[in-house]
Design a binder for this molecule. Structure first.
Ligand code: UD1
Ligand code: CA
Length: 453
């Protein structure tokens, strides 16, 4: 029997007070709906149908998965009506799993367990809350069998006292939905077609209603406003921090690290406070990250130390390098082992050879540096003439004096030296000294001006 998923994501999310559709608000750098899609995808469904309405075009452009199919719910007439829109394209003999685009952290294992239990039955995911306010209540009979779901606004005082609630997620065969959804009525407190009314229909038809529960309550928490979004963001970050520590990382403060993507670590990595990791980041054994660093889509090999306030983006860093404090490695930076990048240095599309140093106040862009190169303070590669970018090539063991402007395209040969303060416009051959600055002259007997009035 095949499985298909329907994810509801048509609601407006008024309480977000945002121009961005609610389900596109990011959690750990990724839209909530994408989290819901990725979790659902792990149940291995034949298709994932996403029901969109408010901001439909924006939502469609904001997420992706090879198995996605879109269904439009032009007017939001309730969860039952929304599922009916998604159901149109679902195969007759499939099992349908229904989830919500604004419940981002449900664990794939929880969804898989629901699907595994769905054998010609309706499997409902419920949770027991200290404060069930706002949720649909699970109504059971004297034998404990589920009879119905009653929405908060339709519930009697007695029903409101029930703490077991509907999470909204369920699994059941397509053919039951096809039978029951058209029979829904909007004759209720909200004038909506409630998906939840199919529970009583299942009971009336003698279809068993089975209940599953999540391992943790945060899995089924939905987001209606930015406070709830933040609560889930912190929950998610706490889990990641715990996993990193379990995997052998030392965190200065488990509450002051943010991972927006995937961070893989070797042994004995240490990370100081307020670091942000984005996209795919890999840190080798013994890597030390100082406070306030932002590292995106980069690989850092074993033993490298990145000091405070450094920013790395699309960079590849070798072993035993030293970076920062206050360094900025932009896309295309590749550092060989034992390279040193110091404070207020910016690199971009730059290959830096083994043991080479750019220690202070420099810009090195569109450049290749060999091994053992020393770049003096304040050196600038002038890589852009206003129209085109040109490269600077520097050979092994070259020494570039402080405050040099290297006007690309230009090369400095192996073992060559450039005198401090030079503006280098022509190539310097291997072993030569390039000097390009006004010669100093001293004026003897120089008299300082005196005040005339
Ligand atoms: C729903 C359930 C309630 C459950 C709660 C869990 C119903 C009638 N009630 O209530 O039992 O406890 O979720 O959070 O199902 N949506 C659409 N189209 C619509 C209406 C809703 O796509 O026409 C989507 C929303 O975007 C949202 C989800 O369905 O993702 C739930 O809708 P919402 O209005 O938040 O339902 P609740 O009233 O919270
Ligand atoms: Ca809701």
């Amino acid at each position: 029997m095949s499985l298909e998923v329907i994810i509801l994501a048509a609601g407006q999310g008024t309480r977000m007070r945002s121009a961005l559709p609610k389900v596109l608000h990011p959690l750990a750098g990724k839209p909530m709906l994408q989290h819901a899609i990725d979790a659902a995808a792990q149940t291995d469904p034949a298709a994932i149908h996403v029901v969109v309405g408010h901001g439909a075009e924006q939502v469609k452009a904001g997420v992706s998965h090879p198995n996605l199919q879109w269904a439009l719910q032009a007017e939001q007439k309730g969860t039952g009506h929304a599922v009916a829109q998604g159901l149109a394209a679902v195969a007759e003999d499939a099992t349908v799993l229904i989830t919500y685009g604004d419940v981002p952290l449900v664990r794939p294992e929880t969804l898989q367990a629901m699907v595994a239990r769905c054998r010609d039955t309706l499997v409902l995911l419920t949770a027991t809350l200290d404060d069930p306010t706002g949720y649909g209540r699970i109504i059971r009979n004297a034998d404990g069998a589920v009879q119905a779901i009653v929405e908060q606004k339709d519930a009697s005082p007695e029903q409101l006292a029930v703490r077991e609630v509907n999470t909204g997620m369920m699994a059941l065969p397509t053919r039951y939905l096809r039978e029951w959804l058209p029979a829904l009525s909007a004759d209720n407190a909200q004038g909506e077609y409630y998906l939840t009314d199919i529970i009583a229909m299942a009971v009336a038809a003698g279809v068993a209603v089975d209940v599953a529960q999540p391992e943790a309550l945060w899995e089924v928490e939905g987001v209606n406003n930015r406070l709830q979004l933040n609560a889930l963001e912190r929950q998610y970050q706490r889990l990641i921090a715990e996993q990193l520590m379990t995997d052998g990382a030392t965190l200065a403060d488990a509450q002051r690290i943010d991972v927006r993507g995937t961070l893989t670590i070797g042994q004995d990595v240490s990370i100081d406070v307020n670091c942000v990791f984005e996209g795919e980041v890999a840190l080798g054994d013994g890597v030390e990250i100082g406070p306030n660093c932002v590292i995106s889509n980069s690989r850092v090999a074993a033993g490298t130390v990145i000091k405070a306030n450094s920013v790395l983006e699309d960079a590849v860093v070798g072993q035993q390098c030293t970076i920062g404090p206050f360094a900025r490695l932009r896309p295309g930076t590749v550092l060989a082992d034992a390279a040193r990048i110091g404070n207020f240095v910016e690199t971009k599309n730059a290959q830096v050879g083994e043991g080479s140093k750019i220690n202070h106040l420099s810009y090195v862009g569109d450049a290749s540096l060999g091994a053992g190169v020393n770049i003096g303070a304040g050196t600038i590669t002038c890589n852009y003439d206003g129209v085109n970018k040109s490269r600077t090539e520097i050979g092994d063991g070259a020494f570039v004096g402080s405050n040099t402007a290297l006007v690309a395209p230009v090369s400095v040969g192996e073992g060559a030296t450039v005198a401090a303060g030079s503006t280098i416009t022509g190539n310097v051959a291997d072993g030569e000294l390039g000097v390009a600055r006004g010669r100093q002259r001293n004026i003897k007997g120089w008299k300082r001006p005196v005040k005339t009035s």
